[in-house]
Write a protein that binds this ligand. Structure first.
Ligand SMILES: *Cc1c(COP(=O)(O)O)cnc(C)c1O
Length: 486
């Protein structure tokens, strides 16, 4: 009998291409410093090299990989480069890569416990481990009324917190009957944009996010928060949600959690703590002061996919009262009914997130934690913080530059004293060299450069090189006619 036609990749071909892919990834990481950190392509450069129509007949994988080298790599900004100091780290690791690969290979859909018990139970266990590793309060353990869940991003975590808060404040009616008016939320003027977006998506409206004044270190002022809540209540509005950033994306400012939490308790408001990047530092006990008062939080989130060597996507989201979250988000169609769910003995994480489907993301976190151990993770976090503090000291000692805020951890905000135009030119010339990648922010209406240190392979020599280049290019700028008055 003739063999049935089949276009799948054969087991032999997958084995060959798979080993070659692992080799390719390892070689890429070894040669990563040879590439310009920031992709230098112009808009459209990648697309013009792609055929207008898809191939009618399948192609060999080797041909595809050749196009990865030729078309894709030039259009990649190398986030894993040790010279990547932009935005925030999105660091990866060997065990993280292997965990993601295994998740792809298993191809599990973990929407409910019954669709793969290991996917749910490993996730519950990892979230409990993180509570211990970061010294988070007991209310976030799965053995309490609360618990943790892996989300795709901190933005999703904050949206889920906001929706749970909306339902708690409107007695779980809004999800069925639509929105009542008058709800208002609060965060500092430095808060991450994901909260404004969550207000839009949750039907509350971004104009009802009231931004609260900050102090000279750009941290929220509790007195201003209390005053604004009192004013809004007197005006007949319904405050329901407060978010603290620990720290802010712009400058790493640490909002004061304890006084904010006390205000939330006094007014019965949902208190959400977004520690997306800086939260990872709590794995080191000496950096936990930033979490003082976190036991007052209704929800807490941080990103192992930023600064804990776990490949994107892996966000950890904890709630103190899981019923509020589940009652806000659960929906049970007939085709997903099953005995385990009905018994109430299992967790169905579909009810803790916006989408139904979910990948087996706990695997990579498990691999990372077991590979490094807590001590290994602490070592690398400490090293990044020490490098950032050393860089901050160099800036402070150079009269051409100034620190804009005290750098609490691994993010240094600084500027050339010559003004915005000089800093803009400095940033553009630095990034055009390809030797590093830095980004900027605005603080107190001034252009500020951000040095974010957290890539897995960043060592002291990379930070030294970056500082030497920053000084060299600023000296060149001073000599050019345009900035002659410097
Ligand atoms: C990076 C960041 C976010 C967004 O994280 P995503 O996982 O990309 O959604 C939110 N808040 C803060 C404070 C951040 O630093």
């Amino acid at each position: 009998m003739a063999q049935e036609q089949n276009f799948h990749m054969s087991a032999e071909e997958l084995r060959r291409a798979g080993y070659a892919m692992i080799d390719w990834i390892i070689d890429y990481h070894e040669r990563i410093e040879d590439y310009p950190v920031l992709s230098q392509v112009a808009p459209g450069d990648v697309r013009t090299q792609l055929p207008a129509t898809p191939p009618q007949q399948g192609e060999s994988f080797d041909v595809v990989m050749a196009d990865v080298e030729r078309i894709i790599l030039p259009g990649v900004t190398h986030w894993q480069s040790p010279d990547f100091f932009a935005f925030f780290p999105a660091n990866v690791s060997g065990p993280g890569i292997l965990g993601d690969l295994l998740s792809s290979g298993l191809g599990v859909q973990g929407m409910i416990w019954a669709t793969s018990p290991a996917c749910t139970e490993l996730e519950t266990h990892m979230m409990d481990w993180l509570v211990a590793m970061l010294g988070l309060p007991q209310q976030f353990l799965s053995s309490t009324a609360g618990g943790g869940v892996i989300q795709d991003s901190a933005s999703s975590a904050t949206l889920c917190a906001l929706i749970a808060a909306r339902e708690r404040a409107t007695r779980f009616r809004t999800r069925d009957q639509g929105l009542e008016s008058g709800l208002v939320a609060y965060a500092s003027s430095q808060a991450h944009s994901s909260l404004a977006k969550a207000m839009m998506v949750a039907g509350i409206g971004r104009n009802n996010l009231h931004l609260v004044a900050v102090d000279d270190q750009f941290a929220l002022r509790p007195d201003a928060l209390a005053a604004r809540i009192a004013r809004d209540k007197a005006a007949g509005l319904t405050p329901f949600f407060v978010m603290a950033n620990v720290g802010t994306t712009s400058s790493g400012a640490l909002d004061p959690i304890r006084p904010m939490g006390e205000i939330c308790r006094a007014h019965d408001l949902w208190f959400h703590v977004d520690a997306a990047m800086h939260g990872s530092a709590a794995i080191c006990p000496e950096f936990r002061a930033m979490h003082d008062g976190v036991e007052l939080a209704d929800s807490y989130t941080f990103n192992p996919h930023k600064w804990l060597f776990t490949n994107f996507d892996c966000n950890a989201f904890f709630v103190a009262d899981r019923a509020a979250l589940i009652n806000a988000l659960s929906i049970s169609p007939e085709y997903l009914r099953n005995a385990a769910t009905e018994s109430g003995a299992v967790i169905d994480y579909r009810d803790w997130q916006i989408p139904l489907g979910r990948r087996f993301r706990a695997l990579k976190l498990w691999f990372v934690i077991r590979h490094y151990g807590v001590a290994g993770l602490q070592h690398h976090i400490r090293q990044h913080v020490a490098l950032a503090q050393e860089f901050a000291a160099w800036v402070a000692a150079d009269s051409n530059f100034e620190l804009v805020v005290t750098a609490p951890l691994n993010l240094v905000c600084f500027r050339h004293v010559g003004g915005d135009a000089v800093n803009q030119a400095l940033l553009e010339r630095l990034n055009a060299t390809g030797a590093l990648y830095l980004t900027h922010t605005r603080l107190a209406d001034q252009l500020v450069l951000r040095m974010s240190i957290g890539q897995a392979k960043t060592k002291r020599r990379h930070v030294l090189q970056a500082w030497a280049l920053i000084k060299q290019i600023s000296a060149e700028l001073r000599q050019s006619s345009q900035y002659a008055n410097l």
